[in-house]
Design a protein around this ligand. Structure first.
Ligand code: ADP
Ligand code: MG
Length: 348
């Protein structure tokens, strides 16, 4: 079973938007699989989109988070820590279609929760508490919370984690719970810096820093022999020009591409195993870079109404104060084509 974390330690690159579109479309195209989104971002944006978008999605989210036992990541993590168990996913997940009929029936969500941020200090304390006979390695135990969740599910599931850009403990939990990473990257140079930082956070620097090198997530995970998920796909997001599969990476910043390829040359094991032969940068980009165009008004309407592009028609839609936002058939087709080109590269 694969579990994908959509992660980049940079905000606004499209993690939540991509989680929404990919998970819903993947579920549509794989009706026999059960798809679970775990929203480990306290902003809970992908949850709000999945639960119907706009004010409606926000209201639904608050209802789930406000239950006496929150039906959210906060509820799940609290029960796991308080009872030292692996809670049943059924007890905390929502069948998304029961709330938002436009969503496929095989899509499930453990929704995000603003209290995740308030919970972080307690999680940090829990991870650094003194070991005792029943709990010889609290750091590992806390960090493997979603590994245990994954192992509690059968092979018919595929998991998507949405993440927060800060490398806080809940982001570490998502990384540890994942087997693969999908990294949204924007077409600008600062993404080159982000890509470099991303590998330093996951695998540390060589040599490690004299002062803090032993305290990093990378050092702690490596000391325990924990498996770090591999980069499966870098997704160039919001590239306006969709140029077709042959030139899918044409708009991908050279600096970002060089940085990623350099990382691959130095440590190919940090990337998903690939069947093809990779001997040039072009081979590498074709294998590890996907592209999502800017969805334009179709994206705005999809987010506002919590509707996947596949369920939208050419029409005028009311969004906020604008009674008539136009979405054309061509725009929907191009958007869906782009989403499918990425979904087709997601293994169950
Ligand atoms: N492919 C896209 N087309 C159009 N708008 C997008 C696209 N990807 C992201 N956006 C917009 O960019 C903003 C940031 O995206 P978001 O998914 O919230 O990023 P993150 O989760 O990484 O912070 C949002 O307003 C979102 O609607
Ligand atoms: Mg987000």
């Amino acid at each position: 079973m694969e579990a994908y974390a959509i992660w980049n330690n940079k905000g606004g690159t499209g993690k939540s938007t991509i989680t929404f579109h990919l998970a819903s479309r993947f579920a549509e195209k794989n009706p026999k699989r059960k798809v679970l989104v775990v929203d480990l971002c306290p902003q809970a944006n992908s949850s709000m989109l999945l639960l119907g978008g706009g004010i409606d999605g926000e209201k639904k989210l608050l209802d789930f988070c406000g239950k006496p036992v929150p039906q959210s990541v906060v509820g799940y993590i609290s029960e796991a820590i308080l009872n030292r168990n692996t809670p049943d996913v059924d007890d905390f997940s929502i069948n998304v279609s029961s709330v938002n009929q436009r969503m496929p029936e095989n899509l499930h969500l453990i929704c995000g929760d603003g209290n995740l941020e308030l919970m972080a200090p307690a999680l940090n304390d829990e991870a650094s508490r003194t070991p005792f006979p029943g709990l010889p390695d609290p750091w590992k135990w806390v960090h493997e919370l979603f590994v245990r969740m994954r192992n509690s599910l059968d092979q018919s599931w595929t998991i998507f984690f949405d993440t927060n850009p800060s490398f806080s403990i809940y982001t570490e939990l998502a990384i540890c719970g994942a087997t693969r990473l999908l990294v949204p990257v924007n077409a600008d140079d600062s993404s080159r810096v982000a890509v470099k930082a991303l590998f330093a956070l996951l695998h540390g620097t060589n040599p490690p820093h004299q002062f803090f090198g032993n305290y990093t997530f990378a050092a702690r995970a490596s000391a325990r022999g924990m498996v770090i998920p591999c980069v499966h796909l870098a997704i160039g997001n919001r590239f306006t020009q969709y140029k077709g599969a042959a030139a899918a990476f044409a708009a991908f910043s050279d600096a970002t591409a060089d940085q990623l390829y350099g990382e691959f040359i130095a440590n190919s094991g940090r990337f998903s195993p690939n069947q093809g032969v990779i001997s040039t940068k072009e081979d590498f980009l074709a294998a590890y870079v996907g592209e999502l165009r800017d969805f334009n008004t179709a994206g705005v309407v999809a987010a506002h109404r919590g509707t996947p592009l596949s369920k939208m028609k050419q029409d005028y839609y009311p969004v906020h104060n604008d009674p008539e936002v136009k979405v054309s058939r061509q725009q929907l087709n191009l958007g869906l084509q782009a989403i499918d080109s990425v979904v087709d590269r997601i293994d169950p």
